[in-house]
Ligand binder design. Structure first.
Ligand SMILES: [Mg+2]
Length: 316
């Protein structure tokens, strides 16, 4: 299915799935918040903040789908709130609609320069504000979906390789700054070609999904990332992790998979008739010896050694 078609059907589904977009209303006057709340309460999950600082705190914890932001507030004004939101990765993409009693072009241009998507005058006209919010929420949800499609492997739901490449770049720099070790696990399903030949490619897909789910469940630290790297190959990134801990984790992943006992009658792994994995592990403190590419190549080499040594084992 072409990606545009997929997106359209997904957004249709979103609308019909009765998803309630999360809107944050920010205004120092409670009466203004109440007026907007009346307009949106039925179809949206509405949150409220009466100061710039509390709006920022809320967005950093639980980013909403859209913000209706008063410009004039004591302390931190709306422009400052918007500027700060746009500077932070987690909140930069939240659409901000300014709501203001002022009606001059200078003010409007300052609001748009600060990163606002739109500008709505007080007193608000319910139909106008509803229509504008609908437009911007729809665009935001479409962007979210697109991002999800671009960074996710469709078969397994894991991160894809593009996602992994970005993540390792970021975590590499983080570990470099902090002098911490970072580990990479290269993971391969043993004799997967034979599996497909025996059971067919559809069953092969089911097997990939089962392994992916096990891996996803196995790496639970907040910054760990498991990605599908290629056909039956997965890669896992463990920031702030020493080689020895990564090896123990790899061993426990091997056990989790054999516990699943997924039948594999044509495997060449001796004394086995179930699906097994081989895992290569490598770790380094960024900046010391290896580049990112060399670290991944090393994990790949260790995986190769594990295969040569009989599969269903960890190489390190
Ligand atoms: Mg105000």
């Amino acid at each position: 299915m072409p990606i545009t078609k997929t997106l359209a059907s997904l957004t249709d589904n979103l609308e019909f799935a009765a998803y309630r977009p999360r809107i944050l209303i920010v205004d120092d006057q409670v009466i203004n918040i109440q007026a907007l709340n009346q307009i949106f309460a039925r179809d949206h999950e509405v949150f409220m903040a009466t100061s710039g600082q509390s709006a920022l705190d809320f967005c950093r914890k639980t980013p909403p789908d859209l913000i209706l932001l008063d410009v004039i507030m004591p302390g931190m004004d709306g422009l400052e709130v918007c500027t700060q939101l746009k500077q932070e990765e987690l909140t930069a993409d939240i659409p901000v609609l300014f709501v203001t009693a002022q009606n001059d072009a200078n003010e409007e241009s300052r609001a748009l320069m600060a990163g606002g998507m739109d500008f709505i005058s007080k007193p608000v006209n319910p139909d106008v504000v509803r229509a504008r919010v609908h437009t911007h929420v729809t665009l935001k949800l479409q962007r979210d979906l697109l991002k999800q499609l671009v960074f996710t492997d469709p078969l397994t739901g894991l991160a894809n390789r593009r996602n992994f490449d970005q993540a390792i770049d970021k975590e590499w720099r983080h570990c470099q700054r902090n002098g911490k070790s970072l580990a990479v696990l290269m993971i391969d399903i043993d004799c997967f070609k034979q599996y497909n030949d025996t059971y067919g490619h559809l069953q092969g897909d089911t097997c990939l999904q089962a392994v992916a789910a096990c891996l996803q469940a196995g790496f639970r630290r907040p910054h760990d990332i498991v990605a599908r790297y290629g056909g039956e190959e997965f890669i896992c990134l463990m920031p702030e992790c020493e080689l020895q801990s990564a090896i123990s984790k790899a061993a426990s992943v091997l056990r989790t998979i054999t516990d699943q006992a997924i039948p594999h009658s044509s495997t060449k792994v001796s004394d086995s008739n179930i699906v097994t994995l081989s895992i290569g592990v490598a770790a380094t403190v960024p900046g010391d010896q290896l580049s990112i590419a060399e670290l991944i190549a090393k994990a790949d080499q260790k995986l190769y050694e594990a295969k040569q040594a009989g599969r269903n084992r960890v190489g390190a």
